[in-house]
Write a protein that binds this ligand. Sequence first.
Ligand SMILES: Cc1ncc(COP(=O)(O)O)c(C=O)c1O
Length: 292
Amino acid sequence: MFAKNGNDATTICNMIARAHTQKRKILVGETAYHGSQPWANRRAKGTPKEEHVHYPTYRFNDVEDVRRVAKDVQGDLAGIVVSAYKHDVPNTQELVDPVFAREVRRICNAESAPLILDDVRGGLRLSLDASWSEFSVQPDLSAWGKAIANGEPLAAVLGSEAYRDAAASIFYTGSFWYQGAPFAAAIETLNLLNEVDAPTRMEQLGLQFRDGLYEQAQRHGFGIHQSGPPQMPMIEFEDDPKKTKVTTFCANALRHGVYLHPWHNMFLSVAHTEKDIEQALEGTDKAFKEIP
Ligand SMILES: Cc1ncc(COP(=O)(O)O)c(C=O)c1O
């Protein structure tokens, strides 16, 4: 199914999951971001607690915890939503532990509930397949957005054949969903991403940037930590509880023409080149030097 935003895609996945299983409870990661719809919105303002009654939370990468929460709702489990990896801001990013991924798959199989992968952010950056395919864990339903049409507004829900009838049975639509240009952009984007093996290319560029930053930080006497996959990096400074150092660093870098984010993951792109990374590193070298 197609939609406009990642919000739509994750919400549609949940609706399909419930239509298929006829169950209510959908497990979500305790600080995970799946959009700003009330079900996914963990801020108190404007979102009554009751919106979350059917969304019990588990800790990402914690096998015991996801087992415990699934057991609590046994018999009423409609699905488990997972992030491709832990990328909720402003927390340190964390790659998924394959043991956790396999356990989520096992629970879903045992309970006949879908594994719902939110690939809105990581999709087509970590892999050209669903993000957990690297260790042979496939979702039943997955949500896509951001990269699929290279910035044109388009989102998609993919699902295995078993979910087709449920997908056809739900109602969810929008005025602008059938606009043609984003589809044309998506076809072209997907072809190009395949042609250049985009995830590998972004990873190489990301590693070049990451290695360069570590070298500079050490030379300038700062301890930094870079988390997440190289193609979606996040930078933190040691001994920086209020993020003063990283904010100063990013502000300095901006003055030298390099736009970095102080508390959110960033995105490498296949439009970047090695030369862009070298140029960025020239700016960050100055930015480190100028931290008081
Ligand atoms: C993992 C994830 N899921 C869902 C969304 C929501 O997507 P959108 O902002 O396109 O509605 C986002 C957006 O940042 C996201 O990163």
